[in-house]
Ligand binder design. Structure first.
Ligand code: ATP
Length: 315
């Protein structure tokens, strides 16, 4: 039985543009099974639909079509059972300002009907570097500390499936390391992890399998190692002072003076450098590196440039 299953899931929101009553599809027939024990990455640009998928999974938003289940429990029909199996770390820093950290975790335990949970709460506090903040009021915590509490809150009922929605957005290196160390340990002990992140380095390092979402559709789904294998194997990187010739510009990723071009073999690298020289440009700091997940991601996203799914006005 999959840990998480999305079957032909669609979600229509009221359209911000267009005539009244019209909708647009934030998710379009998404099907995805995540198996027990996987560390799975869900990637996509802003607005791709990642948070919408997680909100449906957590029972916070209703899908317009299709079905979603957590370890066999349907998120709508068996809401309480599905919710109990799930620990969700939300993207936004939502917290109750009236309680201290320990109280917040005890209250969260109470929502799940768990009494005398202090031993596990202490372990969570310790693992997330929060022990000395246990009695601090939530209001008095820094953003990074609040995020740690959100992680602890999500795990307070020992859920077998953990969902992390951009947990490292804007957090420092120390918290990232603490968090990844802890989540990797839980995954090794058998927890299933679903992660959304814009830090592709993290996804590459942590996730065994990855789905890439674009405008509500899955446009790539594979083992991380196979995604990397199928990508252009090398990237030619150099700096220039003027604009690239037009025929190279379409293929290149340009950041300021830095140009990066995907290259399959030595001949292609030679052709790029010749084209640069013939355009009267000087390539500086030339280097060749292996393609990484960011290259794969950009490749996949440019191949699927014009997928916009609007539907007409609903009756
Ligand atoms: N409550 C809502 N009402 C209307 N439109 C919404 C609502 N929530 C999300 N959307 C729209 O649905 C689309 C998908 O949004 P979603 O937040 O799921 O994307 P995302 O992949 O999580 O993006 P990000 O990386 O920025 O967090 C976007 O176009 C967004 O504007």
């Amino acid at each position: 039985m999959p840990a998480i299953s999305f079957q032909s899931v669609s979600k229509a929101y009221p359209s911000p543009r267009g005539p009244q009553g019209s909708t647009f599809l934030a998710l379009d027939q998404v099907s995805l099974n995540i198996e027990e024990g996987e560390f799975f990455g869900l990637l996509g640009p802003n607005g791709a639909g990642k948070t919408t998928m997680i909100s449906i999974l957590a029972g916070l938003t209703r899908a317009t079509g299709g079905s979603v289940s957590v370890l066999g429990s349907d998120v709508q029909k068996d809401f309480a059972q599905a919710r109990r199996k799930l620990g969700v770390v939300p993207q936004e820093l939502v917290f109750d300002p009236f309680f201290n950290v320990r109280e917040a975790l005890r209250i969260q335990s109470g929502y799940f009907g768990i009494k005398n949970n202090d031993a596990w709460i202490d372990e969570l506090l310790e693992s997330l570097g929060l022990t000395d903040k246990a009695n601090a009021n939530m209001r008095a915590l820094s953003g990074g500390m609040k995020r740690r509490v959100l992680v602890a809150q999500a795990l307070v009922h020992k859920p077998p499936v953990i969902v992390l929605d951009e947990p490292t957005a804007g957090v420092d290196v120390e918290l990232r390391q603490t968090l990844w160390h802890f989540v990797a340990k839980l995954n090794k002990q058998g927890s299933t992890v679903l992660l959304t992140t814009h830090y592709l380095e993290e996804a590459e390092a942590l996730c065994g399998r990855i789905a890439m979402l674009k405008t509500g559709r899955i446009v790539a789904l594979d083992k991380t190692s196979d995604l990397l294998k199928n990508a252009s194997s090398n990237v030619l990187r150099f700096k220039i002072d003027s604009e690239l010739p037009a025929h190279l510009l379409g293929k290149a990723r340009v950041t300021g003076r830095v140009v990066q071009l995907p290259a399959h073999d030595a001949l292609e690298i030679e052709q790029y450098l010749t084209a640069v020289r013939e355009a009267g440009l000087v390539a500086q700091d030339v280097e060749i590196r292996k393609a990484d997940l960011e290259d794969v991601f950009l490749d996949v996203m440019t191949q699927n440039k014009d997928s916009v799914h609007s539907v007409g006005a609903t009756a």
